[in-house]
Design a binder for this molecule. Structure first.
Ligand SMILES: Nc1ncnc2c1ncn2[C@@H]1O[C@H](COP(=O)(O)OP(=O)(O)OP(=O)(O)O)[C@@H](O)[C@H]1O
Length: 297
């Protein structure tokens, strides 16, 4: 099964928050959704799940538009942490509500996840700490058995052990149940280890859609030092400067083919050392607008 987001557009109060957002999401895939604050990540999740009605484009499961087939909503879940209706309900009540609403909801699994983290079923959601509230949302997401799940900042406020438990559960759900997650997060390190693809949201659209495995086969991050202050042509044309400290440059080459490699060698760097490539490097390269070049010049 595949979910297709097709030319989605939405303006709020005269501002185009989403403009022509398109991407494909295969069942069993984990997609990261990243972008600067206020760029529209939450709005995209709300629009995918029809909380906000798209003004252009649509969301399709196979060939069926979600907005024309309400039954398909069983296949896509977004528990909006801001607009929760169950703040004054106990976990037991919330579990019953989900069991009524989602055919595949596994109340036993929800109870087990709650017990694993010492969450009493008689406690009201609103009485829990922020981290435990996030944990309840995650437990509902997992127990729902819905194939496509949107997670909005799922790691926010969680301590190391709970975070590790959640990551383990997400990985197991993908591997064993063919579940699919779209994860909006500012925690790039956590996403790095989880996502198959990462979507960058910028100016209301998906500016980049990176397959992390194939990117890592082609891309290289180098620490470079050149004798002259002037930055060689190969760095300017094929690289993106992520960081500058004196003469030391950190440069991302997204397509480090033999021709680029030879050109870097020909520029005779005093130092050329590979560095581990992280998602935060891609984030920096996407949003920093050649800050490095200006500093160096
Ligand atoms: N109901 C609303 N009324 C008015 N403006 C809204 C509403 N919902 C979203 N917006 C606006 O849409 C834009 C995108 O907000 P959104 O919360 O989707 O961003 P975000 O990428 O999730 O941000 P963050 O990373 O800070 O959580 C913002 O300018 C926000 O003010």
């Amino acid at each position: 099964m595949e979910l297709t987001v097709d030319h989605l557009g939405l303006a709020i109060a005269g501002k185009n928050v989403l403009q022509d957002v398109s991407f494909r999401w295969q069942q069993g895939q984990v997609l990261g959704l990243v972008g600067r604050n206020g760029v529209g990540k939450t709005t995209l999740m709300r629009t995918l799940t029809d909380q906000y009605r798209a003004q252009q484009g649509g969301v399709f499961l196979g060939d069926a538009a979600l907005c024309h087939h309400p039954a398909l909503r069983q296949q896509l879940l977004y528990i909006d942490p801001v607009n929760l209706f169950f703040k004054h309900n106990t976990l037991a009540q919330i579990s019953r509500y989900f069991a009524e609403t989602y055919e595949q909801f596994d109340a036993g699994r929800f109870a087990r996840l709650a017990a694993d983290h010492d969450l009493p079923m008689g406690k009201q959601y609103g009485e829990l700490s922020k981290g435990y509230q996030a944990l309840v949302v995650m437990a509902l997401d997992l127990a729902s058995n819905v194939p496509f799940v949107c997670l909005d900042e799922p790691f926010d406020g969680l301590d190391l052990f709970i975070r590790e438990a959640i990551v383990k559960n997400v990985i197991a759900a993908v591997a064993n149940e063919d579940r699919s997650f779209l994860i909006a997060s500012h925690d790039l390190r956590e996403l790095d280890g989880l996502a198959d693809r990462v979507l960058f949201l910028r100016n209301g659209t998906i500016s980049h859609d990176y397959d992390l495995e194939s990117l890592r086969e082609k891309a290289v991050k180098l620490q470079l030092v050149f004798k002259d202050a002037e930055i060689p042509q190969v760095v300017r044309v094929h690289g993106q400067i992520l960081n500058v400290r004196g003469r030391v440059l950190e440069v991302l080459f997204k397509d480090y083919d033999p021709v680029v490699e030879a050109a870097v060698k020909a520029a005779e760097p005093v130092l050329a050392a590979p560095l581990p490539l992280e998602l935060s490097d891609l984030f920096r390269s996407e949003y920093q607008d050649n800050e490095g070049e200006r500093v160096h010049g």
